[in-house]
Design a protein around this ligand. Structure first.
Ligand code: GLN
Length: 486
């Protein structure tokens, strides 16, 4: 059926006109999940009954014509890292396999208040650590464009569920690329907002100074709609930003005439897949034809970004994940001899290999005697990376790069070598370290038919210009209309 691939803004019009109802749409999407998900495996938990109840409530709202937003009645999926009241939230980890939160994250609370219908919770790398969703403790999610390949990660379930028409839109989180890289791998739009633009309350923490939630959608208009719904200050997250939330959807049509787009030479390096490079170069030509000016910029500390990230992110993770001790949440080893043994057995059985690796790396980086050499040094270089962007943005309005150096890879291809896996994020990580916003938009395909993403980075809190640039690109191309054969 057509509507599985329709953007939120189209579904929303149909709902408002009474051409369809939320209950009808929700039932149709649940059927679609039944039909397609045995192959794609995006969903960890399907909300079923709960989704239908929410759809009926949305229909009542729609029929009264009261309190309607562009999301009212629209079925979406949610990464399984957002706490959802009464709905199992696993973070794709055995340690939280049967965890049912008693409260909602601010993001899901806002989505529910807007009237969105949550179809279910989608797969990810365990605790968002990974770039392929292969680190899920439960199962692998397939890329809808080529089912022997990964959907990217860590928000792989979000990107795959949108690309496969198993929901109208999704929300993910991005600590080092986890929204943008899977969006690029699956041919959809992924937006990581400015750090603090969206509340982190109720999102299971990975690296608190980097984590940020954002939309994964079929097109740029939907990204603007979703961002508008979830952004804003939150008394429950002291790092959330107080600046008013502009009407992002109203800012899309400005065009790129006279816009200066910075091209950082450090992002066009050897080792990038040649089809990726040609798709991205083609995209830059499109923007130029639309009136943008391409200017050379330099981000000289880019080469340190991956090292800095894997010190800062693991250090924060080692501290954040200390709370999973078998006492307060989730799984507890039942056969322990004493308290210490219970901690050890719970954590040994509850965490997967990658999560353990990160906890060990982070604990090491923070340990006395090594703190100055690793964590402190990394924090200092992080400041240099941030200054690189401040400097570059003196001569441009946005920066354009490939989202990832390669298209989606095959299952198992990078599992044996964590370092190769870590390099998947080479172009996305600096954005998190600097706290600035970034978006990935579909910009073409490889010769083998795999989607390629163009990344656009913006100034602090300048999501408006980011979305406007992405929208101008989208209007000039047809890539966002392509669908996988699933
Ligand atoms: N792939 C990166 C990592 O493994 C980023 C993950 C993320 O953004 N959550 O840490």
């Amino acid at each position: 059926m057509e509507e599985f691939f329709e953007p939120v803004h189209e579904l929303s019009k149909k709902l408002a006109r009474g051409q369809t109802s939320s209950a009808e749409l929700t039932k149709a999407f649940l059927k679609r999940i039944d039909a397609v998900d045995p192959v794609i495996r995006a969903y960890i938990t399907v909300a079923g009954e709960g989704a239908l109840k929410d759809a009926e409530a949305a229909d009542r709202r729609l029929s009264k014509g009261e309190n309607i937003t562009p999301l009212t009645g629209v079925p979406i999926s949610v990464k399984d890292i957002f706490c959802t009241s009464g709905l199992r939230t696993t973070c794709a980890s055995k340690i939280l396999e049967n965890f049912v939160p008693v409260y909602d994250s601010t993001v899901t609370k806002k989505l529910k208040e807007a009237g969105a219908v949550i179809l279910g919770k989608v797969n990810m790398d365990e605790f968002a650590m990974g770039s392929s969703t292969e680190n899920s403790a439960f199962f692998k999610t397939a890329n809808p464009w080529s089912t022997d390949r990964v959907p990217g990660g860590s928000s792989g379930g979000s990107a795959a569920s949108v690309a496969a028409g198993e929901c109208a839109a999704s929300v993910g989180t991005d600590t080092g690329g986890s929204i943008r890289q899977p969006a690029s791998c699956c041919g959809v739009v992924g937006l990581k907002p400015t750090y603090g633009r969206v509340s982190r309350f109720g999102i299971i923490a990975f690296a608190s100074s980097l984590d940020q939630a954002g939309p994964i959608t079929r097109d740029v208009t939907d990204a603007a709609i979703m961002l508008g719904a979830i952004a804003g200050a939150d008394p429950l997250d002291s790092t959330s930003i107080g600046a008013p939330v502009p009407d992002y959807a109203a800012m899309l049509r400005g065009g790129v005439k006279g816009l200066r787009i910075g091209i950082p030479k450090e992002y066009f390096i050897e080792g990038i897949d040649k089809d990726v490079l040609s798709a991205v170069s083609g995209a830059l030509e499109v923007l130029k034809k639309a009136g943008a000016e391409l200017v050379d910029v330099s981000l000289p500390n880019t080469e340190y970004a991956v090292s800095v990230y894997y010190l800062v992110a693991t250090a924060e993770a080692s501290s954040n994940l200390a709370r999973f001790d078998g006492v307060k949440y989730g799984m507890r080893a039942q056969d322990a001899a004493n308290l210490l043994d219970m901690y050890k057995k719970t954590r040994d059985r509850g965490f997967g290999a990658e999560v353990k690796r990160r906890i060990m790396l982070g604990t090491y980086a923070l340990s006395s005697g090594y703190y100055d050499a690793y964590y402190k040094k990394a924090s200092e270089v992080r400041t240099l990376i941030k200054r690189d962007f401040d400097e570059a943005f003196k001569s441009c309005d946005v920066i354009a790069t490939p989202t990832a150096p390669t298209p989606a890879f095959r299952f198992g291809e990078r599992v044996a070598d964590p370092l190769t896996m870590y390099l998947s994020d080479i172009f996305t990580i600096s954005c998190n370290l600097a706290g600035i916003p970034g978006i990935s938009v579909p910009c073409g395909f490889t010769n083998g038919g795999l989607p390629v993403g163009l990344q656009i980075l913006g100034k602090h809190l300048d999501e408006g210009t980011l979305l406007m640039t992405a929208y101008a690109f989208e209007q000039a191309t047809e890539w966002h209309r392509k669908r996988p054969n699933i």
